[in-house]
Ligand binder design. Structure first.
Ligand SMILES: [Zn+2]
Length: 178
């Protein structure tokens, strides 16, 4: 996917943070890609969750939940995207990379985001049953993790809720960016 021309970098170089000025276009652009992955996961009977890894306005990896179809309990969308990005970039530290995913990451995925040195996380729907960004636990987000990993939520929450009716009730209330 080619990012729109003339936009500023989504993620600044090095240990920069997400550039708020690009939010209206680019956040939705990349979240739509994550939604497409989630839809594909749902079609195979897996939990409808998808994720993409983004660096310098370009997608470097995509992932989808495949825990049921593969029998691998760790095959969550965020994990798949992190593995793909690490493979593609040829490094274990993913500083400069942001992850876009549909559902608020769980404890395992939040730990992986920290372990991979990810800069930013953008998700659509809160998960009060298992989310680790304030849904059930607070491993990532405001006031934790030294504040380096920037978290934004509620992007395309309405569209995500159509894929995840189990989380739809929370989408409207939790949609405000945090
Ligand atoms: Zn997870």
């Amino acid at each position: 996917m080619v990012p729109p021309p003339g936009r500023r970098a989504l993620v600044a170089s090095g240990r920069g943070t997400i550039d708020e000025r690009t939010r209206p276009v680019n956040y939705e652009l990349f979240m739509r890609a994550a939604l497409a992955e989630a839809s594909a996961a749902g079609a195979t009977g897996d939990p409808a969750d998808g994720a993409v890894a983004v660096m310098d306005e370009a997608m470097v990896a995509r992932g989808r939940d495949s825990r049921r179809s593969t029998g691998d309990p760790t095959a969550h969308a965020v994990i798949q995207a992190i593995r793909g990005a690490s493979h593609r970039l040829g490094r274990g530290s993913l500083a400069g990379v942001s992850i876009f995913c549909v559902v608020e990451p769980c404890v395992m995925c939040a730990g992986a985001l920290l372990a991979a040195d990810i800069d930013g996380l953008v998700f659509a729907l809160a998960d009060p049953g298992g989310g680790a960004c304030g849904g059930r636990h607070r491993i990532l987000g405001q006031g934790v993790s030294g504040g380096r990993l920037r978290v934004v939520s509620g992007i395309l929450a309405d569209e995500a809720a159509e894929l995840r009716p189990d989380l739809a009730g929370i989408a409207t209330e939790g949609a405000a960016g945090s």
